[in-house]
Design a protein around this ligand. Structure first.
Ligand code: GUN
Length: 292
């Protein structure tokens, strides 16, 4: 079994990006600048956003964190977005999800200038992604492609089973892996909560992407020998033995599934760190595009 080490791989990518930033600086070009908007005080979301800002510092990007209260209205949020859309110093920005219930998420994502949409969530960018045109690929699917690429996991002609049809991970992942691209050309099955006989389907899989958000859902009896497993789940499960009161659990029963796996991502330290590295990559791309 080979561990797909997202922590190490993301550190490698960040080093590459830092060198690129030095190059830009040496050529008197613009330093990439990422902004993040977060609404409310959700602990997990704050942790993620802070990690994104910290990662910017480490590679030499500028960053801005815009914290808005839980009571922020949709109109106020749209106003903040309008300001970032026309601020020439900001190359890319994200609105951390989920948003409070009184705000229409789709309306917010549609308001982001597609050229600054480094999350790749705007319908224009999702459409380009689906057509295999150059665009910002969302950080999580992009990170998974990169991890498979750097570990030379063969995808061409393989049976890939994606579990979970979210807009952020499952759906784009299934589209990308079926495309004619270096990490692609797979025969993809997208499964979800209404899928019948899931186990029969996962037992045929050469590669499984688990992105449904149910801790330890994928068990050893659901996979064949030498499977490659990508675990996107990251659920906080109460654990009084931990100082912070919880531990992070993936969608895969790691101990038993890893025994049958050729490659597998750990949780934490697998897909999670990759998403941050790819967000930085998208921001670098946005900056270079803006500075042509
Ligand atoms: N919430 C969970 N994942 C993401 C992500 O990739 N981007 C944003 N903006 N919010 C998220």
């Amino acid at each position: 079994m080979i561990l797909l080490d997202g922590k190490k791989t993301s550190a490698d990518i960040k080093e590459e990006i830092a060198l690129d930033v030095l190059d830009l600086k040496n050529q008197d070009k613009k330093t990439p600048h990422l902004a993040a908007i977060i609404v409310g005080n959700d602990g997990a979301s704050l942790t993620y956003v802070n990690a994104k800002v910290k990662a910017c510092d480490r590679v030499g990007f500028e960053s801005s964190l815009i914290r808005l209260s839980e009571e922020t209205t949709e109109e106020e949020l749209l106003n903040e977005i309008a300001i970032l859309n026309i601020d020439n110093d900001i190359d890319g920005f994200i609105v951390q999800l989920p948003l409070p219930d009184h705000i229409d998420e789709q309306k917010v994502l549609m308001a982001v200038n597609p050229d600054k949409d480094v999350d790749g969530f705007h319908p224009t960018n999702v459409g380009k992604m689906a057509l295999n045109l150059p665009t910002f690929i969302s950080a999580t699917p992009f990170g998974i492609l990169e991890l498979l690429d750097r570990y030379n996991v063969e995808t061409s002609g393989k049976n890939v089973v994606v579990i979970g049809r979210s807009h952020i991970v499952g759906s784009p992942m299934s589209i990308l892996l079926a495309q004619k691209r270096k990490i692609g050309n797979a025969t993809v099955t997208l499964t979800h909560s209404r899928t019948k006989n899931l186990k029969e389907i996962t037992l045929q899989a050469d590669i499984i992407i688990a992105a449904l958000g149910i801790p330890e859902f994928l068990k050893a009896d659901m996979v064949k020998d030498n499977v490659t497993v990508i675990d996107v789940g990251i659920t906080r499960v109460a654990d009084s033995s931990k100082k912070r009161g919880f531990r992070l659990v993936g969608d895969v029963a790691f101990n038993e599934v890893s025994e049958k796996s050729a490659f597998i991502t750990p949780v934490p330290g697998g897909v999670g760190p990759m998403t941050i590295a790819m967000l930085l990559k998208n921001t670098l791309l946005a900056c270079k595009r803006n500075d042509l």
